[in-house]
Design a protein around this ligand. Structure first.
Ligand code: F58
Length: 831
């Protein structure tokens, strides 16, 4: 290892010197930052503060991106490129500054500028606020994909909502989750470029009028109701060192009428702004879950709001080209990230039929060639539906169009599947019964030319179970695109020590060609390399240990196994299985203090949807167990349990490089893919996982010997359910487990309150637990034993760690985006 690398390990704030020259520009970044402090921020630039430097830098970086962005936009027009519209109700980009500096090759300049003024980039970035405009994997995937699209040079646009409040900020008080508003814009942000002149009206409610056109064709006109304005805000997304900059357009709801002056003058101050406030509410908050009925209308409003504005934008751009309508799908493709934006299908139909006066056949032909849909879940309760009643009220014209799509579709189905009288009701876009509902996934399937799952297993499940009927109707429509993560953020940015080491041995090419990590296989037997690998990991672990000390006031041993489970809290992800095992470990240490045990630090993080009682109880249980375990002098040196509050992208960037064991333990068949699993393995963590989602594909690539797979596979879960799963039987026969469960069902962790966790106990035993936690318990414990045993053999462990990183090239989002662009979108890079 060269001397500088070793220096780096000691001095984390030292810049990483890469050979590539920064983007050519006449003036220096620092000079421009100073200029902006005075002329854009309107502040004295002779006396600098951290804040001034930060915003000055942001504006100077933004200038550089804007120059490239406008060049790129002009090129798209000039080259008449086919464009991709990526529609997502969620984006989780993480902090911007470091990623943008890295992409533009400006990190050193920024370091220098700050250092000369007595500040440090790391400290400044620590205070940067993070847009939490998503719940979890789905939103983060959208951001990884935007990064890869820009790095590949694709003519692509992201579209979403500029929520004023992101997902709530999680605090832990007395062990319980408390939700606080996440006012990420409290200081404003220059990363967003507001476009007050890009303002489109969006209609809700109203009446549909019918009229006959000159050819005697019945036409429709949707009028009246409420109008809300959608205002564009652009976030720039630079490619990695390729001069390419794309953008994500986030719509903000603006009032159609500012305020009612007559009411104000009459003294009705509240009434005068009521309408304005209700309009602005549309982009106020991101929904953490859609199971609260009072939020339902607002959520559907959000969906239509951003989709209507986006379709308007696409049509406006297309019209500038003066091409016939049938070329719309030749020049554009729309990817729907889950069903949340699928109302785009009837919206485009409405535009083409009612505004552009196309025939139904022409309009439908265009739609079916334009839209593609990605499914991210097999959970029945997460497959979105809306009551016909609500749809008819809020979007009356769209409901008519959906009825007509359904009528024609079912007519076709009846014609082609004459001997299956039940099929039409199963595939219908609208459910039968007293409260009919629109199935958004069926709408998305019928209105798209491509439907994809996000891992091989998930796509297979869609084919075999969830959308089985549709496979026969549209055999060529379904395909798989296994997820990926961007190596820029999830290795180069978050793991600087390892990036140094990799670049030193492999060159810098891996940052944009992750398959180059394969070459690491040649280095596993080099002792010095393994030593350096371990040093990098230890540096990262110490950094995390410092953070834990600071945030939770608990000292953890950086030489202990860092075993991490961070993700949204959900029963299917089985954080419960993890904590059950921890309690049994705790019992064992107390019973047999003489047995030497490898010290272990179990780390949890993640948010529970505010209305999801069980998920919140599990968080509480983990914190109660942590309190007990961490304060027990008998176990303190061997076992620590940490819950890190407010898990977000930045915290993930700190945790991922410091993790030894990555917990990916969902019930097989439930996790569509997972992307956390990829980030951890890429950084050299070993996965402890079920044969679920993309864990299976990770195992294929890192090798069975370098991953700990355990438990029932998807088919076995189904078989067991069919045979009858009896958790009481397991309870009776496994004394260790019984002891753990009885402790939960007593006041052991909540002195004086023996029923605090009875709902958890009952869900595991009496409720028939669909996630079959106890069925996998023994196999999970055994896998942990193997881990503890093998971790001690440092040579073996480090080799396995290296083999993980070496095998993860496939899981780059660059690969995924290439597959999407070749296999679905039919678009090519313009660089
Ligand atoms: C996730 N879905 C999947 N949904 O769970 C995960 O397996 C997959 O890797 C990832 O998508 C990317 O494909 C997901 O994150 C949500 O966050 C829902 C959004 C709507 C509200 C409820 C949560």
């Amino acid at each position: 290892m060269p001397k500088e690398v070793k220096d780096y390990l000691r001095l984390l704030d030292k810049p990483l010197d890469e050979s590539e020259a920064p983007e050519a520009r006449n003036s220096a970044l620092g000079e421009d930052a100073l200029w902006h402090v005075l002329y854009s921020l309107g502040q004295d630039n002779t006396h600098l503060t951290e804040r001034k430097c930060y915003w000055g830098l942001v504006l100077a970086v933004r200038d550089r991106m804007l120059e490239k962005w406008s060049e790129v936009q002009r090129r798209y027009y000039k080259n008449d490129d086919k464009r991709l519209y990526y529609l997502s109700l969620e984006f989780l980009p993480g902090k911007f500054l470091r990623g943008n500096l890295l992409a533009l090759g400006l990190e050193n300049e920024a370091h220098e500028f700050l250092r000369e003024r007595g500040f440090s980039l790391d400290e400044i970035i620590a205070k940067e606020c993070e847009p939490g405009l998503g719940n979890g994997g789905l939103g983060r995937l959208a951001s990884c994909y935007m990064d890869s699209m820009a790095t590949y040079g694709l003519p692509a646009y992201g579209y979403g909502i500029r929520y004023s409040y992101g997902l709530f900020r999680q605090e832990i008080r007395n062990g319980q989750q408390v939700e606080q508003p996440d006012n990420w814009l409290h200081e404003g942000t220059h990363w967003l470029i507001p476009r007050p002149y890009k303002l489109y009206p969006v209609r809700f409610y109203g009446t549909v009028y019918e009229w006959l056109d000159d050819n005697g064709i019945l036409r429709h006109d949707w009028r009246g109701g409420d109008l809300v304005m959608a205002m564009a805000n652009d976030v720039l997304v630079p490619g990695y060192r390729n001069g390419h900059v794309n953008s994500v357009r986030l719509w903000e709801a603006r009032p159609h009428k500012e305020f009612v002056l007559s009411s104000f003058n009459a003294g009705d101050y509240i009434g005068s702004v009521q309408e304005k406030i209700s309009d602005e509410n549309i982009s106020m908050v991101l929904y953490p879950s859609d199971d609260a009925p009072e939020g339902k209308t607002l959520r559907l409003k959000q969906q239509y709001f951003f989709v209507a504005a986006t379709m308007h934008d696409m049509v406006r751009r297309f019209k500038k080209l003066n091409k016939p309508w049938d070329q719309l799908p030749e020049k554009n493709v729309v990817q729907l990230n889950e069903t949340h934006p699928s109302i785009a299908i009837p919206e485009l139909m409405r535009i083409l039929l009612d505004e552009e006066l196309l025939s139904w056949e022409e309009a439908w032909y265009i739609c079916q060639k334009l839209f593609a849909y990605t499914n991210h879940t097999v959970l029945p309760e997460a497959l979105e539906t809306w009551t016909v009643e609500l749809m008819e009220q809020l979007l009356p014209r769209h409901m008519q169009i959906i009825y007509e799509i359904n009528r024609r579709f079912l007519e076709d189905v009846r014609l082609h599947f004459r001997d299956e009288p039940d099929l039409p009701s199963r595939v219908s876009l609208i459910t039968a019964g007293p409260e009919p509902r629109v199935r958004m996934s069926h709408l998305a399937i019928v209105g798209s030319f491509s439907v994809n799952g996000v891992s091989a297993l998930h796509t297979q499940i869609l084919r075999d179970r969830v959308f089985h009927d549709f496979i026969r109707i549209f055999p060529d429509r379904f395909n798989n695109k296994t997820n990926g993560v961007t190596p820029r953020r999830w290795l180069r940015q978050c793991n600087v020590p390892l990036s140094w080491l990799l670049s030193e041995h492999l060159g810098c090419g891996w940052v944009t060609d992750l398959n180059q990590l394969e070459k690491l296989r040649e280095l596993v037997d080099v002792e010095e390399f393994r030593h350096d690998w371990e040093q990098c990991r230890l540096t990262n672990k110490k950094r995390l240990a410092d953070y834990i000390e600071k945030m939770n006031g608990i000292t953890v041993n950086p030489h202990s196994i860092f075993d991490v489970q961070v993700k949204r809290f959900h029963e299917y992800k089985r954080q419960l299985l993890n904590i059950l095992h921890i309690i049994s470990l705790y019992n064992n240490i107390r019973k047999k203090p003489e047995v030497k045990m490898q010290p272990c630090t179990f780390i949890f993080g993640g948010k529970a949807a505010p209305s999801y009682r069980m998920a919140k109880d599990i968080i509480y249980l983990i914190n109660c167990v942590a309190r007990r375990v961490n304060s027990d002098p008998h176990t303190r040196n061997f076992l620590k349990v940490i819950f890190l509050a407010n898990y977000n992208v930045s915290l993930a960037q700190l945790l991922v490089p410091a993790t030894d064991v990555s917990e990916q333990i969902s019930t097989a068949g439930y996790e569509a893919s997972g992307t956390g699993n990829m980030k951890f393995a890429l950084n050299g963590a070993l996965t402890l996982g079920t044969r679920d989602g993309s864990n299976i594909e990770i195992a294929e690539r890192v090798g069975d010997g370098n991953i700990y797979l355990f438990g029932l596979c998807e088919q076995e879960v189904i078989d067991l359910r069919r045979r009858g799963y009896d958790p009481w039987d397991i309870y009776k026969n496994d004394s260790e487990l019984r002891e753990v469960l009885d402790m939960i069902n007593s006041d052991q962790f909540t002195p004086g309150d023996p029923t605090a966790f009875s709902s958890i106990f009952n869900s595991l035993l009496s409720g028939g637990d669909p996630f079959m936690i106890l069925a996998d318990y023994r196999a999970y414990v055994e896998a942990h034993k193997r881990i503890a045993h093998e971790y001690v053999d440092r040579e073996l462990w480090i080799k396995k760690s290296i083999m993980n990183t070496a095998g993860m090239g496939f899981f780059s989002s660059d690969r995924a985006i290439k597959e999407y662009s070749e296999g679905i979108w039919d678009i090519a890079p313009d660089v």
